[in-house]
Design a protein around this ligand. Structure first.
Ligand SMILES: [Zn+2]
Ligand SMILES: [Zn+2]
Length: 298
């Protein structure tokens, strides 16, 4: 096996300055003083934007597990990108690569191959993965508004920051953007790192993906990562009723009022296959649309 990638050796120092500045500013909470109202604002925006990350970036744009209208698609992209995790096409392209080569050479953030630090932040802070592989997201790249957002990916977090400042000054900007975004980054990054390290493996997938209740709480249902790697087509990642999946509950409610539709479930045969006495075959990878034809939108 090749040597592990070193985050320090590959760090893009200049490009990573905003990342470190945000962390330094977040520590400023110890200077400014504690505020319970501020924490509530930070956690509120964490929850809303985590929904954008999981429902938008992940379950819609990366895996196309449900359908929605074009305006809602744009809204999902904007909300997800207000988390300051780069462009929606960039995110989906790298995530599709992760599933294609999960924990094998070519996986962009494998904790197994490159360790926790690389899978958590190293792969983002290096310049190795700056580009968006448009070949992987042809189905999304047909929309000019998504291509525009992908290019100007700082627009959504900037709009959020300016809105917070106008509404509540520096106090709101600090708690609602700086503090909340740093928490949100690390909450999201656990999906790339710890969900391949902590928890139980229900299904014998070829990677190290795991299920964890604790990570499901932090990530609004993404902690059921072994379920997800086994059957990526499903909108819900908690396969059983006791597997907490707030993102799915919200999408289910949205489907009841017609904002989203065609949510994919998990077939019982697939869900129960772990009870078979012999090792179960991994289902086919989901049919991610990579043709240039736009998906059905109304
Ligand atoms: Zn995924
Ligand atoms: Zn994974």
């Amino acid at each position: 096996m090749r040597k592990r990638r070193s985050t320090l050796a590959e760090l893009n120092w200049v490009g990573s300055i905003p990342f470190f500045v945000m962390h330094a500013l977040a520590v400023g909470v110890f200077v400014l003083g504690w505020s319970w109202t501020g924490l509530a604002l930070a956690l509120g925006l964490y929850a809303i934007r985590m929904f954008g990350v999981t429902a938008g970036y992940h379950r819609y744009f990366s895996h196309r597990t449900f359908k929605t209208s074009r305006p809602m698609q744009l809204l999902f992209a904007f909300l997800a990108m207000s988390s300051a995790q780069k462009g929606v096409l960039w995110w989906a392209a790298h995530h599709r690569q992760h599933h294609k080569r999960s924990d094998l050479e070519g996986d962009v953030h494998s904790a197994k191959l490159d360790g926790f630090i690389w899978s958590h932040v190293g792969w983002i802070l290096s310049s190795r993965h700056d580009a968006t592989d448009m070949e992987r997201v042809k189905d999304l790249a047909v929309y000019p508004e998504l291509r525009w957002l992908n290019k100007y990916h700082l627009v959504p977090p900037t709009v959020l920051g300016v809105s917070l400042f106008l509404a509540g000054g520096w106090w709101a900007l600090f708690w609602g953007l700086v503090f909340s975004t740093v928490l949100l980054w690390h909450g999201t990054f656990t999906i790339n790192s710890l969900t391949h390290m902590w928890g139980a493996r229900r299904y014998a997938t070829t990677d190290e993906s795991r299920n964890s209740f604790l990570l499901a709480i932090i990530t609004s249902g993404e902690g059921w990562h072994n379920n997800h790697h086994y059957y990526q087509r499903s909108t819900r990642q908690g396969f059983y009723w006791w597997e907490l999946d707030p993102t799915f509950y919200a999408l289910w409610l949205m489907s009841k009022v017609g904002l989203v539709w065609d949510l994919h479930g998990v077939p019982e045969k697939v869900r129960e296959s772990h009870k078979q006495p012999r090792p179960e075959p991994t289902p086919e990878a989901p049919p991610i649309a990579t043709s240039s034809a736009p998906p059905a939108l109304t």
